[in-house]
Design a protein around this ligand. Structure first.
Ligand code: DQA
Length: 151
C-alpha cells in the first residue's frame, strides 16, 4: 500500500513558525515519524512539502494510479483553493485533511475548508502527532475497504 503525504505552504517552517500554535516539532521529524509508522503498518509513505499551489497539484496528478491514499495538510490553501479541491477529486483515492491546530479556535476565515467535503475525514487540533493518528485512520479505512485497482 502506498500513501502520499503532502504539506502545503509555510509548513517547512514548523519548529520555528508560531510555536505557540504549531508546536516545536519540525517537518523532518513529522515525516520521519510517518515513514517509521508506515513501516510498522506495512505501508510505504512518501512525504513532500511545497509552498506552491501548482506544484502540489502536479504531485497530486502524478500520484494518480500510483497511491492508495492521500494525507494532506493544505495549510493556507485549505481556505482558498478550488484547484486543489479539483485535483483531489481527480485523484480519486481516500484523502484525509490534516491540521496541526484546531482551526475552529482561530480566525473565522480558517473555519471554511474548500476540501473538507471531498475528503473521507479531517483531523485537527492534535498538534504534530495528528499526522500519525491520520495515517493510522487512513490505513484502517483502506484495509477495511481495499483499493479498487492494484498499485
Ligand atoms: C494549518 C491551519 C491553516 O489555517 C494555516 O494556514 C496553516 C496550518 C494547520 O495545520 O493548523 O498554515 O493547516
Amino acid at each position: 500500500m502506498n500513501i502520499l503525504c503532502l504539506h502545503g505552504p509555510n509548513l517547512n517552517m514548523l519548529g520555528q513558525r508560531q510555536p505557540e500554535v504549531y508546536g516545536t516539532t519540525t517537518l523532518l521529524e513529522i515525516d520521519d515519524g510517518l515513514i517509521e509508522l508506515g513501516q510498522s503498518l506495512g505501508v510505504q509513505v512518501r512525504c513532500a512539502q511545497s509552498n506552491h499551489e501548482g506544484e502540489l497539484i502536479d504531485w497530486i496528478q502524478q500520484a494518480r494510479g500510483r497511491v492508495d491514499g492521500l494525507l494532506i495538510n493544505p495549510a493556507g490553501y485549505t481556505h482558498t483553493s478550488v484547484a486543489l479541491r479539483d485535483a483531489i477529486i481527480a485523484l480519486d483515492v481516500p484523502t484525509i485533511e490534516v491540521h496541526i491546530s484546531n482551526v475552529y479556535k482561530r480566525e473565522p476565515f480558517r473555519h471554511k475548508s474548500l476540501l473538507a467535503d471531498v475528503c473521507v475525514g479531517r483531523l485537527m487540533g492534535f498538534g504534530a502527532s495528528g499526522y500519525k493518528l491520520a495515517l493510522q485512520g487512513l490505513v484502517g479505512l483502506l484495509q477495511a475497504d481495499p483499493p479498487r485497482t492494484p498499485t
